[in-house]
Every structure is written in structure tokens, then in C-alpha cells.
Ligand binder design. Structure first.
Ligand code: 13P
Ligand code: SF4
Length: 314
């Protein structure tokens, strides 16, 4: 690990407020480095859900996107959950609106619903199981073989799960705009320039990318792979925020983000939703205790059932 970093005045103010207000800060790996630096816990969706369910705090500041903060609220109804910017959405969650989904679902009366955690609380409330990229294979494998399944909202993850588990599933056609944008052609060019580099991809990526990846996994699994691998160069197929955390553990490894189709300059694939949270907004929401996640009590209760089922299974 690197030397402890010197905090900026605004970061110090957040740390001081956090102690005074009995608040805990959770941050996803895609958050800006200055936010990850002051978080009490940094992790992937599964780890942050688990942490949220264990924490006893007046306030939980969730530095991530809306569906993650909602999940934290569902798992920890006693704490007030704040999201620094309530506009921190998710293209994948947005791709599965409740009314359209319910209408489509009527075609499959014998199917149960497994939803990827990247969806709204309303979709979770009508799901039988929830999963994350870290435990999806395990969750699908835990379902009896003859049970018919609808998987929503990520089609790329769904296809990957069908391939890994051999289980046929009906897929909703959502995608993550960030992972969908990786360029297969540019990845092939890059791998020819760096023939010993290992290719890592998040399962939200297109199947053409996953086919040529040496490793597919959640953000935490990708970090672990780089840290434990004897290789020194890695082509990283996920949001660029993860590079900060990998560098913390493996400062000498050469990390190259996989470029997107449009991107000819920085080759850094950023999730605009994750990046709407800024260090100033973290301070503001903690100071004013605003931007609280409030859920309909019935949705909150119903959504807790498949999420708890997931935590018990993983
Ligand atoms: P992880 O659960 O792997 O961190 O993924 C979350 C996410 O939003 C990926 O785009
Ligand atoms: Fe959603 Fe994609 Fe951003 Fe992850 S990277 S939060 S799936 S839009």
C-alpha cells in the first residue's frame, strides 16, 4: 500500500463532520479518488450492500449511484441514507422501467425474476432474487434446474450467465452505456501492441469483449486478479475509477483502460452518473443532512426479501 495521503481542507472538514454526526461514508470503486480517500469503506456493490446492513450509524453517506443508496436504505432502515447528488442514476437501472417490465413479464407467467442489483427498488420489490456481478453465477446455480427464469436488466451479464451456468434464461434488453461502449477493434489493436498484457472485463461488457478477456469478474475480483497476477500490464475493461484503487495496491503495474469507440484521446471510460458526486457535494450533503433516500415503506419491505435472500446465499 502507498504512504497515507495528506488530506485537503475540504476532506478534513468531512472527516471532522463525520465523527461529530456519527456518520459513515461508503464509496464505490468508480467514485473520484478524493472521495475514495475519505470513505470508511470502499467496495463493489455486494461488499457495500453487506457493509450497509452491518453498520450502526445515524447517517450513512452513500457515494455511488441511486440504486446502490436505495439498497443501503433497504438493508439499513434505521440509518438516514444520504446520496451526495440525487441525480446519480444508472443507465442500466433506467433501461428497465417498472410499467414496461410488468407488461413484458406477463408473457412469461411460469418464470421467476432474477434481477441484477443495478435496478430500481420497484423492480427489486417484484423480483424473487437479486444478484450482483460478484455472486450472479452462484445465485443462478442455486435455483432448481427446471425453474424458468427471467433475468433483468442487463442483457450482457445475462448472456454471460447463460454461458457460465448452462441455464436458459429470458433476458430483458437493458445495457450499461459505459461497458457497452468498449471498442472490440481497439482492444484487439491494443492487445497486439501489448502481447503479454492480460485483458480484464466486467461482465456488463459485450460478449465480443468477454470472449477475448483473460478474466471476467466484478470490480473487486478484477482488483484481486491484478494484485495477485505475475503479469505487469493489464487492459482494463471497466469504469476508470477502479484504476485508483488498483494503483493503491499495485503501484508498479501498468494499467491501460480499454478505449471506447468514440474515444480517441484519453482512453478513459467514465460513468457520468458516478462522477456527478464531487467532494464538495459530499461535504454539502453531510453539512445540511440533505439528499436523503426515502422509499415507500411497502416497496422497501418487498425489495428487502430478494436482497436478503441474496446475502444469505452469497
Ligand atoms: P460491481 O458490483 O462489480 O462493482 O459493479 C457495479 C457497477 O455498476 C458496474 O457498472
Ligand atoms: Fe450504471 Fe453502468 Fe454507471 Fe455501473 S457504470 S453505475 S451500470 S451506468
Amino acid at each position: 500500500m502507498n504512504q497515507p495521503i495528506e488530506l485537503s481542507p475540504i476532506q478534513n472538514r468531512i472527516v471532522e463532520l463525520k465523527h461529530r454526526k456519527n456518520a459513515v461514508i461508503l464509496a464505490h470503486y468508480y467514485q473520484r479518488p478524493e472521495i475514495q480517500q475519505i470513505a470508511d469503506y470502499v467496495g463493489d456493490s455486494l461488499e457495500l450492500s453487506r457493509k450497509a446492513s452491518e453498520i450502526t450509524a445515524e447517517i450513512l453517506v452513500f457515494c455511488g449511484v441511486h440504486f446502490m443508496a436505495e439498497t443501503a436504505k433497504i438493508l439499513n432502515p434505521e440509518s438516514r441514507v444520504l446520496l451526495p447528488d440525487l441525480n446519480a442514476g444508472c443507465s442500466l437501472a433506467d433501461s428497465c422501467p417498472l410499467t414496461e417490465f410488468l407488461h413484458w413479464k406477463r408473457k412469461y407467467p411460469e418464470h421467476i425474476v432474477v434481477s441484477y442489483i443495478n435496478c430500481s427498488a420497484e423492480i427489486k420489490a417484484i423480483s424473487d432474487y437479486v444478484c450482483t456481478s460478484a455472486n450472479a453465477i452462484k445465485i443462478i446455480n442455486s435455483i432448481p434446474k427446471n425453474q424458468k427464469i427471467i433475468f433483468t436488466p442487463d442483457q450482457n451479464l445475462g448472456r454471460y450467465l447463460i454461458q457460465e451456468t448452462g441455464k436458459e434464461m429470458v433476458l430483458w434488453d437493458g445495457v450499461c452505456a459505459v461497458h457497452e461502449a468498449f471498442s472490440v477493434g481497439k482492444l484487439i489493436e491494443l492487445s497486439l501492441s501489448y502481447p503479454t498484457a492480460k485483458i480484464l472485463a466486467h461482465p456488463e461488457s459485450k460478449s465480443e469483449i468477454l470472449k477475448i478477456a483473460h478474466f471476467t469478474g466484478s470490480t473487486t475480483a478484477m482488483i484481486k486478479y491484478v494484485v495477485e497476477s505475475p503479469a505487469d500490464t493489464f487492459l482494463i475493461g471497466t469504469e476508470a475509477g477502479i484504476l485508483y484503487q488498483i494503483k493503491e495496491f499495485s503501484p508498479d503495474k501498468h494499467l491501460i483502460p480499454i478505449p471506447t469507440e468514440e474515444d480517441n484521446t484519453c482512453a478513459c471510460s467514465e460513468c457520468a452518473f458516478m462522477k456527478v458526486n464531487t467532494i464538495q457535494k459530499v461535504l454539502d450533503c453531510l453539512q445540511s443532512e440533505s439528499h436523503e433516500i426515502i422509499l415507500d415503506p411497502m416497496i422497501q419491505y418487498l425489495a428487502s426479501i430478494p436482497i436478503q435472500r441474496m446475502l444469505q446465499l452469497s
